[in-house]
Each structure stands twice: as C-alpha cells, then as structure tokens.
Design a protein around this ligand. Structure first.
Ligand code: G3P
Length: 215
C-alpha cells in the first residue's frame, strides 16, 4: 500500500518524507488555507521535497474553468496531479485532461457508483472519504472494498486512495480491504509508528545490554 501525507504543511511533509515511507502528498483548499501561504509557492515547494504525486485541487466548478486551471497548475511541476471534484462538470474536465496527459485525482467520492463513474472518466486516483462517511453513520470500508473489486473486475488503471483518515484503525481496515493508497494526516502517520510494547522492549534491551561485561 502506498502512503501519501494529507497536508500542505511543508515542515510536516519534510519530516514524514525523511522517515522513508511516504510516496506522495495530497492537499485540498482547506489544507492550503490552513497554511496561510501562497498556493503556487506551497505546491512547488512540496514538489521539491517529495519525489512522487502531489495533488493540488482546482476550485472552478465548470469544466472549461477546471481545465484552464488544471493546465496552469500542472505546468508548475511534473509531480503535480490535479484534484477534480466528483461532479458531471468534473468528469467532463477529467476526460479532457486525460487526453492531454494530465493526471487527475477525483475527489469527494462517497459511493461505489461515483467511483465507477470516476474510473470511467479516466481518473488516475479515486479518493474515497471514509472519515466523512463514518461521521454520518455510513459503512465507509464497504465503499473501499467495492471500489477495489470494481477496479480489479474491469481492469481499470485507477487506484483507490483512502482519504479523510482519522485514526490508525482506518489504516488497518484499508489494508484488509486491499486499498492501493492511503492519504494520511501527519498526526495519524506519527501514531502508526507507536506501540507501548516497542518502547518497553527497547528499554529492557538497553537495561540488559548495560549488564553485559565490556572489555
Ligand atoms: O484527503 C481528504 C481529506 O483531507 C479530508 O479529510 O478530515 O477533512 O474529512 P477530512
């Protein structure tokens, strides 16, 4: 499973990338706005840190506007993938962008039907928001399983991104569902490393090592 970091904070991205397990980055308008920095400057800096797909989202709602915006954003760096919302206009834009060789990440997917349409429109990544589905009491991991199966059954090139991850168990469930990618907030990625028995184990090894006679 590939790990993307779900943040626009360059310091967090730098740190997470240094751990050696990060394959890409996803951002969205909310995450960009949290940083209080210029959009282009932020995305270009992220691309200089991470050698992998970096998702940047368009904000136009009509297909022509999305395509115009996408062409501009994609011209900033070869790593950029354009995030497009799961709408009819978005799918029109995705199809045009695919024909131009611009990679897309179809975002705000909440059902297997939407995922199927996004795959047909040529989305390279299909972002299913599990946390927001959980928030409304829906069975989020069922959508991930169905989407993975749909891609396998029909041989689409798309990959599922589990997005809107809130806690480490989401990762365990994503792994069981066979998700291709998880985009993980920095704090959750940090939590994934931790287990009290690891800390206790290291402490015990060091204490015992101190008792070993050294020449
Ligand atoms: O990748 C999408 C993600 O950033 C949305 O997360 O927590 O706002 O639902 P959240």
């Amino acid at each position: 499973m590939k790990f993307f970091v779900d943040t626009a904070n360059v310091n967090s991205i730098r740190e997470a990338y240094s751990w050696g397990v990060v394959d890409g980055v996803t951002t969205n308008p909310t995450l960009i706005s949290k940083e209080g920095r210029d959009f282009k400057e932020t995305i270009v800096e992220i691309c200089s840190v991470v050698d992998g797909p970096v998702s940047a989202e368009v904000v136009n709602l009509d297909a022509e506007g999305m395509v115009r915006e996408a062409r501009e954003i994609a011209s900033w760096h070869k790593n950029i993938v354009i995030k497009i919302p799961m709408t009819k206009e978005g799918m029109r834009a995705a199809k045009t962008l695919k024909a131009e060789g611009i990679r897309t990440n179809i975002t705000l997917i909440f059902s297997p039907n939407q995922a199927l349409i996004a795959a047909k429109a040529g989305g390279m990544f299909l972002s299913v928001f599990v946390g927001r589905l959980d928030d409304i009491g829906a069975e989020s991991m069922g959508v991930i399983r169905d989407t993975v199966d749909m891609i396998d059954t029909y041989g689409f090139d798309s990959e599922v991104i589990v997005a809107s991850i809130r806690h480490p168990m989401h990762l365990v469930e994503s792994m069981r569902a066979g998700a291709h990618i998880a985009t993980i907030p920095f704090a959750v990625l940090d939590q994934m490393f931790k287990h009290p028995l690891t800390d206790i184990g290291i402490e015990r090894f060091l204490a015992d090592w101190a008792k070993v006679p050294k020449g």
